[in-house]
Design a protein around this ligand. Structure first.
Ligand code: MGD
Ligand code: MGD
Ligand code: MO
Length: 694
């Protein structure tokens, strides 16, 4: 991104960098309006303390009084110290995710601080862990087909990937490929913008992707379309896989997926006979109960047909494994041994925050209850599953909560202290990516707004107040960027793939490419980081863990095939918004206008609507055993019969102050212990007028 700053030091324009090969001079609609965010009148400008007597859950600015940074930091350090002394440091839980994905802003001084303190470790599973682990079981590392290569594909499968809505910078390469005659097939239960633009939209039943992938394999193997020499040279466990897929006939797969057998045959044959074929597998597929297995099965397809042989073939889930920063130097996990625990602290899964705040620690083997929650880079009151329980936990009067934020979000409504955070225009950082292989330097473009301070600054100040003596707590941004790059005397990084990168070079150029192979070359040469060194159809790692070493299909319990479907017959897609970034931007009027058509709506198929006497625009109640939300009905054929959809939004945008995550569960995925936002059953009815607006 390029930022234009006027003589007074005010940012006046943001634009895509035309010299960046992926950004290509354009920004997505939401980030193009980023200055609305930087200069929003309701940016938090000073540290805030909850006024005495104001109960948690009341979120407006009047709940707080401004305090100085010194007052806030002294009080927070003292309170964390006394909580650690009384209950043990593991009673302190950091909670952060991807508010900023800058290398240092995402995780650096904060990790050092909590490691040295002995706080619980957060398992950061909320986004990508099921798919990431599943991919690595097959390939050993998150690398794959590069974006530029998609332009050379003849067939692109967007599988649980809303490219046009969520990943717009891949789209130009898809368009280039299509101009050269490539076909785009979208496999998604919802008719996304991407699906609407596709040559073929396959509206699969949610959570049934493993069955479809196994059915495709069945057809490929039955008809002899597999690449036998690639399989022999590069893969592990084909004979076991061949036996397994024999049972996945198109007829059986049709019943699970809602497709017809002929379509499954056609898809398999088209995929296996078009070269090169690339799969863009994004994280949509893995947000379901057996989503790990689904990703594993899909990831095997290009190996089966040897699609990795050619540029433009293969698959991309994430390329983040290409970035081999020296994370240990930045995050210093060794500091846990210098904490009062003298050992690694317990792990707490962020996808079960509700459990962590309400039940964890009631059994002595689990360690202490959580007595302090330190939130930054995240808005868990909105984004975490099973929201009612999360909020019950956040309401605990004995829970000490600090939130470092840019805005008064739903989460700050539960805070004892709110601290003002910078935006990425206001601090320096390095940026990797998960959808391409360029390293970016993000310069500080403007001075912090008000008294906003960066994540790095905050945790360095707190470390000083806690009396942490290790020299690493003095490191500034420059020092930590160098540690991440791990340069030799000449200034060039020694990290694999970063050998042509120096901090000086990055500052000058803005962005530099990694020197790593993607696509065909990666998977056709050398040893992979799997136990066998090969692409694994059969996994010894899973067998040792007592799991099925081969992919198989088990319908999600929360799906039309599960027992709960008698009471809750509709499958809910608790989706992301097209014009917000998870919950980010949802407070800005301009972004809300862009999202107006679908915001606070429940999309349901006319057949399901008429069965419930629901008309377009009716207020409806959507509920299950975990919670209930009122939305306005939107009759839509973007969802198939039996599936409904609603979108992430700030809770306070809803009349009852709740979000769609009141309906989602803390049930975890089969691989990776990640959330199951897309395995959710609900029922819908017209809301009683007296309940509306309650
Ligand atoms: N506009 C916008 N862009 C974003 C974000 C945002 O909030 N808004 N968030 C960012 C983040 S954090 C991430 S992780 C990425 C994620 O990007 P994507 O992986 O594209 O994420 P999702 O939108 O969760 O899921 C993609 C699609 O999967 C579909 N899906 C749901 N269940 C199933 C299923 O069982 N099978 C199949 N085949 N498809 C299914 C959904 O309908 C959805 O359209 O997007 C990033 N980009
Ligand atoms: N139902 C449902 N729930 C979901 C999803 C879904 O698809 N459906 N998607 C899930 C996914 S994939 C993800 S990744 C998570 C995302 O969950 P989160 O990472 O919590 O994402 P955001 O909602 O964007 O909230 C990030 C917050 O960080 C703040 N922030 C930004 N920059 C900084 C900074 O530099 N410092 C500090 N201290 N704060 C900053 C922003 O103001 C914002 O409020 O949500 C998950 N929840
Ligand atoms: Mo995510």
């Amino acid at each position: 991104m390029q930022v234009t700053v006027d003589a007074a030091g005010r940012a006046v324009r943001v634009a895509g960098d035309p010299a960046h090969p992926i950004t290509q001079g354009f920004l997505c609609g939401k980030v193009a309006k980023y200055l609305d965010r930087v200069y929003a009148p309701d940016r938090i400008q000073t540290p805030l303390r909850r006024r005495a007597g104001v109960p948690k859950g009341s979120s407006g600015a009047s709940a707080f009084e401004p305090v100085t940074w010194d007052e806030a930091l002294d009080a927070i350090a003292a309170r964390l110290g006394s909580i650690a002394a009384e209950f043990g440091p593991e009673s302190i839980l950091p909670y952060s995710y991807a508010g900023t994905m800058g290398l240092l802003g995402y995780g650096s001084m904060d990790r050092r601080f909590f490691h040295r303190l002995g706080a619980s470790q957060l398992e950061r599973t909320i986004c990508a862990e099921a798919g990431g682990q599943a991919w690595n079981l097959v390939y050993g590392r998150k690398m794959g087909t590069g974006n530029e290569e998609f332009a050379e594909s003849r067939l692109i499968l967007a599988w649980g990937a809303n490219i046009h809505g969520n990943n717009i910078h891949l789209w130009p390469f898809v368009e280039q490929a299509r101009r050269r005659g490539a076909r785009l097939i979208v496999i998604d239960p919802y008719r996304t913008r991407t699906a609407a633009l596709a040559d073929w939209h396959i509206a699969i039943h949610p959570g049934s992707d493993a069955a479809l992938a196994l059915g495709m394999m069945h057809v490929i193997v039955r008809d002899g379309l597999e690449d036998q020499s690639f399989i022999a040279e590069r893969t592990h466990g084909f004979s076991e896989l061949r036996e397994r897929v024999a049972a996945y006939t198109p007829e059986r797969v049709a019943a699970w997926t809602g497709l017809d057998a002929a379509s499954i045959e056609r898809l398999a044959r088209e995929y296996a006979t078009t070269y090169p074929a690339a799969i863009r597998l994004n994280y949509g597929v893995q947000r379901s109960e057996n989503g790990g297995t689904a990703v594993r099965a899909i990831a095997m397809l290009p190996a089966l047909i040897g699609a990795w042989r050619e540029r433009g073939g293969g698959a991309q889930l994430s390329l983040s494994g290409s970035f081999q920063w020296d994370r240990a130097a930045v995050e210093r996990p060794d500091l846990m041994l210098a904490s009062p625990l003298r050992r690694p602290a317990r792990m707490v899964n962020m996808s079960r925050l509700g459990h962590a705040l309400t039940e964890l620690g009631t059994r002595s083997c689990e360690g202490p209850r959580v007595h302090a929650l330190f939130v930054y880079n995240s808005n868990p009151a909105v984004v975490a599953p099973n929201q009612s329980v999360v909020r019950r936990g956040l309401m605990r009067p004995d829970l000490f909560t600090v939130v470092h934020e840019q805005f008064l979000t739903d989460t700050t409504g539960y805070a004892d202290f709110v601290l003002p955070a910078t935006t990425f225009l206001e601090h320096e950082d390095l940026q990797g990516a998960y959808g391409h292989t360029w390293v970016q330097h993000s310069a500080q473009a403007i001075a912090p707004v008000g008294e906003a301070r960066s994540n790095v600054w905050l945790f360095r100040e707190l470390a000083a107040r806690m009396g942490f003596q290790e020299p690493c707590f003095q490191d500034d941004v420059e020092a930590m960027m160098q540690q991440a790059l791990h340069p030799d005397q000449t200034g060039y990084s020694q990290n694999p793939g970063m050998e042509a990168i120096s901090l000086e070079g990055l500052r000058k150029a803005g962005h530099l490419p990694l020197q790593c192979a993607t696509g065909g070359t990666l998977f056709c040469e050398g040893k992979l980081e799997t136990p066998s060194g090969r692409i694994e159809f059969w996994s010894e790692t899973l067998e040792k863990a007592g799991a099925d070493p081969l992919p198989g299909y088990i319908p999600p319990t929360e799906s039309r095939h599960g027992t709960a479907a008698e009471r809750f017959p509709l499958e809910l897609l608790a989706r992301k918004a097209d014009h917000y970034m998870n919950s980010t931007f949802a407070n800005l009027p301009g972004h809300r206008r862009m999202e107006a058509q679908t915001g606070q709506r429940l999309e349901l198929h006319p057949v399901d609507a008429s069965a419930r006497r629901i008309s377009d625009g009716d207020r409806v109640r959507v509920w299950n055993d975990r919670g209930s939300i009122e939305l306005s009905a939107m009759l839509s054929e973007r969802v198939p019969v039996g599936v409904v959809a609603a979108r992430l939004d700030w809770n306070r945008a809803n009349a009852q102050g709740v979000g769609i995550n009141v309906l989602t569960s803390e049930r975890l995925t089969d691989i990776g212990s990640a959330p199951t936002f897309y395995s959710v059953l609900v029922e819908v009815e017209v809301a009683c007028p007296e309940e509306a607006g309650g």
